[in-house]
Each structure stands twice: as structure tokens, then as C-alpha cells.
Ligand binder design. Sequence first.
Ligand code: MG
Length: 384
Amino acid sequence: MKRSGVPKLERWSGLAPYAAAPEDSLGRRHPETESATRTVFQRDRDRIVHSTAFRRLEYKTQVFVNHEGDLFRTRLTHSLEVAQIARSIARNLELNEDLVEAISLAHDLGHTPFGHAGQDALNRCMKAHGGFEHNLQSLRVVDQLEERYAAFDGLNLCFETREGVLKHCSLKNARLLGDVGERFLLRQQPSLEAQLANLADEIAYNNHDIDDGLRSGLLSLDQMMEIELFAHHASDVRQAYPKLGDRRLILETIRRMINFLIVDVIETSRARIKNAAPESLAAVRRSPPLIAFSTSVRAEADALKRFLRNNLYRHFQVQRMTTKAQRIVTDLFGAFAADPGLLPPDHQARVVKDQARAIADYIAGMTDRYAMREHRRLFAVDDL
Ligand code: MG
């Protein structure tokens, strides 16, 4: 691929040769005059923050539905935590903080209402029409669905930000996606910034889901002590502060866990980078994945993930929400598919091109409460 001819801005000191350099960006889908005051990646991050899809994240479920409590994570606060963790690590590895922040803030833009329950239901509805996958949808949001610029649809982000948003992808879809799909066909890696945003996502949700799980009472402290990663840090805290109340013990433990995981990623990745010695982003693409946990921490993180899946994500109270959410999404899809005339006018215009996809885009864009309201508007007989 060719370089885009992006104007050369001053490179911030401390950017390693294997980092993504803004002046070497592979460019935007629609050529634009670049900013004199911001690098292309800073500009991408700013476009994401100003997007409609980003604001909607505030009212989309991470694990707990938004109205269940004011203190639980939402997709928005989750994305901010991912960006914070990713930036910390990026600075230590001399990676591009702006790019890693842009990818982190955009990574969940395609999420449906009601978290994974919503996505699974929408995927089932879309089975005969190419399926639905939130990660692909995030790319669709930034490439096509945002409508705010006069000259083009979408946010017209740089290639490097877009490839970071597309974390994974089937070979079938990769063939349809052009430039950002190529690496899946070539079995190459994305930038280190993209690899890092992916791992920061995992660090963020593993830790904040423990916090939310304990806060909600669906998980207990005794239960958590079965998990090595948690127990180890909790015991340290208890020993140092024997009189500490449970709430602060939990928060202090989680803060130490996040730090422990960040330090492990920095040390492991630094050693891997040193070993592979990539001299450029092009060399990074050809190398094996270089941003990683150490083997032992990977095993501990996997054990924690399994624990959360079995005890929190499949908890009967979460399951009740899941079932209800799936019904709402399935009902909405069915109603719009039976009569696309029920769609708001701007979405009806898209129906001409691909009816099922237009419906999926509309539903995926909904916040939790908007979806519930729309369900009431369409199905509640006492609400004509
Ligand atoms: Mg995420």
C-alpha cells in the first residue's frame, strides 16, 4: 500500500521505530486536507469523541442494564477505562498514544443495546442475511453509518485506526472488506497499538466486572478468593491493612490487579519486541503477536475469565435480563421485517439497498432504553 502524503508534523519524542507514525499513515478512504495542529490519529480520536455513536455508549449495557444502578459500568465508561489502560502501556512501550486511544474509544461503537445478549439475538435474526457481529458493526459505524460530514459518510478515519477497530474477522468477511480485511487473508498482525487496545479491553473488563459483580451482590468476596489472581492481591492488602472494610479491600485489590497486569504486559511485550526487533510497522505486521501477557499471567487471566463467565455472566439474575433483552431485539426485528414502513424515514431510505441490514443498523444503534421504548411503542396495546 502507498503512503498517503499526510503532512509531516513534529514527531513526539519517545515514539519507537516500530510504533505507528502519523506521517506514515496509509491514509483515509476519502482524501482530506490534514490539520496543521493535530496529527491524523489525534484527529481520528477527536472525530470519535464527537460522534453520535460514542455518546450512545453511555446508555448501552456492559453487563448490567443501565437503569439497574448508577454506579455500574456502561459501554462508555468501559471504553474510557480501556483507553486509560492502553495509553499507560503505550507510553511505556513508546507506542503511539493517540492511535491507541482512538482505537480504544472506538472499539465498542458497534455494540447493540443489552450487551452480548443483544448481539446474539440480532445475529440470529440476521442469520440468512450475512449475520451480525459487533466488531464488524463498529467498523461499519465509523466507515458508513455516522452522518455528520458534508463530503462523505462515516468518520473517514485513517487506515490504522480502522484496522485496530476490526479486531477479528472471518475470511469470508475479510474478502469483502478490502484494505482492512487484507491482513486476515495474509495472516499478518495489525499495529502494536491495535494489539495493545485489544489486551487493554480484556484488562479493563475483567477488573471492572469483578467490581460490578461484587457491588451488585451477584458475586461474593469468598467466591473471589478462589481466584488466584484476586486472592493473591487481596491477601497482600489484608495483611497490610487488617482493619480495612470490604468495599475498600475490594477496590484496593482491583487497583493492584490492574497495575500487576499492566506491568506484566509491559515487561512481556518489551522482551518480545526486543527479541523480534521490528524496525518498522511493516516489520510488526510480519512478526508474530508482540503485545502479550506472560504465560503464567495469561493462564491466570483465562481462569478469571472462565470464573466470570460461569458465575457472573451466567448468573440467573443476569440471565433473566439476557432473555428479556433477546426478546426485545427479536420482536423489534420481526416487526420491522414484516413491515419496513414502521421504520423512521431516514432508515427507510436504506431499506431500498438491503432491508435486513438497514433494520439491523437501526436496532444496533439503539440504546437500551430506546429499544425498550420502541418495543413498548410497537407492542403495548394500552399505549396507542
Ligand atoms: Mg470492550
